[in-house]
Design a protein around this ligand. Structure first.
Ligand SMILES: Nc1ncnc2c1ncn2[C@@H]1O[C@H](COP(=O)(O)OP(=O)(O)OP(=O)(O)O)[C@@H](O)[C@H]1O
Length: 777
């Protein structure tokens, strides 16, 4: 490329700057430009391309063009259907216009190559690094540069070409690209490109910031307003406007029709008025709407008519429940009092007993016999006052409390309302749910029960509340005071057998729709289910296992061709229910040293627990294991002191308390145990371990002791005696003061077991300690 003037035909460019070495399509439409192509084709296929200053000018003169353009090779010419031409050019070198001749058919230019300035190239390396770094950052933020272009740019060796390539890919104005094209010095050109890149990235950043600021400035209400307007528009489009209106009218009708008290009606009308003027989809509207939905769905003024027919009630109670004489009698008395005086507000019934003894089903039978609706609310784990009394409406997602929710489910103002597991009510920093419950249960105040959500009083005075608990100990005192406790202890094996035969099995058969003659179960098979597949005071699991037996039998009937009926016997039981899950609890040894048989009460019934004690050389420490609670730990210490005070009588030398460690262990470590009732058992085992005197393990015992050795009464007598009976124990020691509780124990059990009563620990020792002594090492 000599430094001389050359002549080319001209194509003026609109809105595009072409750089050297770039291969680009150019669309040519103007007549003169098409002719310029023809002229170029006749010569050496070179053409001069330069940017127009104003793209609106049709036939530009020298003053309308930039000075520096590009001499380019024509690679391909393509005629398009609309008569215009697409020409593929490759930029050869930059050139400067010296002269311009506007002819009729096309414009010619005399140009001189626009040379690069000679420079010291030592800094090019650094310039290159800087350029690449900027470009990479730009490519990342911009994310517009196609991957293949990016890859080819990154690989480019020639710095000149690199600068052109990058410049052509920046999203800057054409005049700015032209500016780059016109810079003769490579280093200056690169600096300019870097400047543009920085400007671009900065603009992007500012842009982002502004967008964010605008976004956050758009306040919640503005957004809501905007969204609401949109929803309104959408609703209108879809014709839902009418739906919303109809909805409001529906609410109005419901308010009119419900037998709500005046004050509630006024409140509802007021809220409805608000709703009418609110934008349909605002958050506040939803709150008001939900509130009104709740108000109109409550059974205001709906009462079922009571039937207080004692004979019918008794029949229903007997129809559904075996035994339970005392509770049934008490229930009938209660109903009788109600019949005579509607106004006397009797105490609230509280059924206390282990799971599955029929507390819930008794309550259901009461409801049925009185012709009332029945609803059940489990209080287990309720720790928050708001769960009972509801959250104020200002809370997002608030609702009425569980009492009001349950009344809605009951669909009448006077249901039988079972508050289950009242002993499991919790209490923590969120308030005391029992105080809210107290208000619901208290006949003096419950005609105006206040729920935080409803904001209007609700009359609970006609509700018949019944509560249930596994144990009275953990019922809050204030609640217990208002309740009449009816105890339903666990069942004996015989009772369970009767319940299973007469109630559970037939009930399950009919629930499974299986005719009685198709599946039968032998008495001893039921006994085996009770003994080896369930371990409970009630009959819930027994019922479940019987259901399972029935299902398995039904499958046999269906799948095995020749089987027309199934008789479940002791022999085929294991085939149906799988291997036995429990073994009978029984006393391991008939006599031993350092062990005693205790009786424990758990919320799930009674259990026998053999307490073991080992004594070995040490320094007078007492170690206790077996997952036992604080009260039981203290009771163990008391037992040790009691034994110390009787050491001389049993010839236990004093050094044994000083130079021996005592380890007391209560097996079945997985079951947490607590309470003072193992006092006499622990004292017996400790004394035996230290003295070497044998203990009669066939005698089971339960009793608390104080430091002076007096035996104090304990709870759960029926469960404990039943557990002893189940384990085959023949004799039981109980505190003298528990003599009266023996009436709870069924007489068939009492016939088979002898109960002795002890006043002091010495009485206990006299009964259980043998005369034999083991030689101690
Ligand atoms: N004496 C009984 N006669 C007949 N069926 C009984 C008897 N006791 C319990 N059942 C039956 O045992 C099942 C469990 O009883 P229910 O659910 O009433 O126990 P629960 O004492 O309320 O237990 P939880 O305390 O776990 O709620 C019911 O199907 C019930 O009908």
């Amino acid at each position: 490329m000599a430094d001389k003037t050359e002549q080319f035909s001209l194509i003026p460019l609109r809105d595009i700057v072409i750089f050297p070495t770039m291969v680009t399509p150019v669309f040519v439409g103007r007549k003169k430009s098409i002719n310029a192509l023809d002229v170029a084709g006749d010569t050496d296929k070179k053409i001069f391309l330069v940017l127009q200053k104003d793209s609106g000018v049709n036939d530009p003169g020298i003053e309308d063009l930039y000075n520096v353009g590009l001499v380019a090779d024509i690679l391909q010419v393509l005629k398009l259907p609309d008569g215009s031409i697409k020409v593929l050019v490759e930029g050869a070198y930059r050139a400067e216009i010296k002269d311009l001749f506007v002819e009729e058919e096309c414009t010619y230019v005399n140009v001189k190559p626009f040379e690069d300035k000679n420079e010291d190239e030592t800094f090019y390396k650094y310039l290159r690094e800087s350029l690449m770094q900027h470009f990479k950052e730009f490519a990342q933020t911009e994310n517009k540069i196609p991957k293949e272009i990016y890859d080819s740019i990154v690989k480019m060796d020639d710095l000149n070409n690199l600068s052109y390539m990058i410049a052509s890919n920046l999203s800057i104005r054409v005049s700015e690209q032209q500016e780059i094209l016109e810079i003769a010095s490579l280093s200056e050109r690169i600096e300019k490109i870097i400047e543009f890149i920085e400007m671009e990235t900065e603009i992007k950043k500012i842009d982002k910031k502004i967008k964010q600021r605008v976004k956050s400035q758009m306040t919640k209400t503005q957004r809501e307003y905007y969204l609401n307007e949109q929803i309104k528009a959408i609703n209108k489009e879809l014709g839902r406007d009418e739906d919303i209106k109809a909805d409001i009218e529906e609410l109005q009708t419901a308010i009119n029709e419900k037998k709500m008290p005046k004050i509630v009606r006024e409140k509802a009308e007021k809220e409805l008025k608000k709703l009418r003027i609110m934008p349909p989809m605002s958050a506040e509207t939803t709150v008001v709407r939900n509130y009104l939905d709740w108000i109109v769905s409550l059974p205001w003024g709906e009462y079922t008519e009571d039937i207080l027919d004692l004979e019918k009630a008794e029949n229903i109670l007997n129809r559904d429940h075996y035994g339970l004489e005392k509770p049934k009698e008490r229930i009938l008395e209660f109903l009788a009092v109600k019949k005579f005086s509607e106004r006397i507000k009797g105490p609230i019934l509280c059924f206390v007993g282990p799971p599955g003894v029929g507390k819930t089903s008794l309550a259901k039978s009461i409801a049925e016999s009185m012709n009332r609706n029945f609803v059940r609310l489990s209080l287990g784990g309720v720790r928050d006052e708001a769960e009972i009394r509801g959250h104020r409406r200002t809370y997002i997602g608030s609702m009425p409390g569980k009492i009001i929710q349950s009344v809605r489910r009951a669909e009448s103002m006077n249901p039988v309302f079972l508050l289950d597991e009242i002993d499991k009510l919790g209490m923590d920093f969120r308030g005391d749910p029992s105080s809210a419950l107290l208000e619901a249960l208290d006949p003096e105040q419950n005609n105006s029960f206040s729920d935080h959500y409803l904001e209007v009083d609700f009359d609970l005075s006609k509700v018949f509340f019944i509560t249930t608990a596994n144990t009275v100990e953990s019922i809050p005192h204030a609640l217990l005071d208002r309740m009449e406790v009816i105890r339903i202890p666990g069942y004996t094996e015989r009772e369970k057998l009767n319940i299973a035969e007469k109630y559970l099995f037939p009930k399950q058969l009919s629930e499974h729709n299986i005719p009685a003659e198709k599946v039968d179960i032998a008495e001893n098979a039921i006994l085996d289910v009770i003994r080896y597949y369930t371990k409970e005071a009630g009959v819930r699991n027994l019922e479940r296992e019987l259901a399972s037996v029935i299902r398995k039998a039904a499958k046999k009937l269906v799948t095995e061709n020749n089987v027309t009926s199934v008789k479940v016997t002791r022999k085929n039981l294991e085939n149906l229910l799988g291997v036995k899950r429990f073994r009978l609890e029984h006393v391991e040894e008939s006599e031993d040293v350092g062990v005693a048989t205790g009786l424990a009460w758990t919320p799930y019934g009674g259990d026998i627990l053999q307490t073991e004690v080992a004594a070995y050389e040490g320094n007078g420490q007492l170690q206790i294991t077996g997952h036992i609670g604080d009260v039981m730990q203290e009771s163990a210490r008391t037992a040790l002191s009691v034994v110390k005070s009787r050491a001389r009588r049993f010839q236990v030398p004093a050094y044994k308390f000083k130079d021996f460690d005592i380890h007391l262990h209560v097996p079945e470590g997985a079951v947490p145990k607590d309470g003072p009732s193992a006092g006499i058992t622990m004292a017996t085992a400790i004394l035996s371990a230290l003295s070497g005197i044998y203990v009669d393990c066939n005698i089971a015992m339960s009793g608390e002791i104080n430091l002076r050795g007096k035996v104090l009464p304990v709870g759960g007598i029926k469960e404990k005696v039943l557990a002893a009976h189940r384990a085959g124990v023949k004799k039981v020691i109980l505190p003298e003061d528990n003599r009266k509780d023996l009436t709870e124990v069924p007489s068939d059990v009492k016939k088979q077991i002898s109960v002795v009563f002890a006043k002091t620990i010495d009485d206990v020792f006299d009964i259980v300690l043998k005369t034999k002594t083991k030689e101690m090492g």
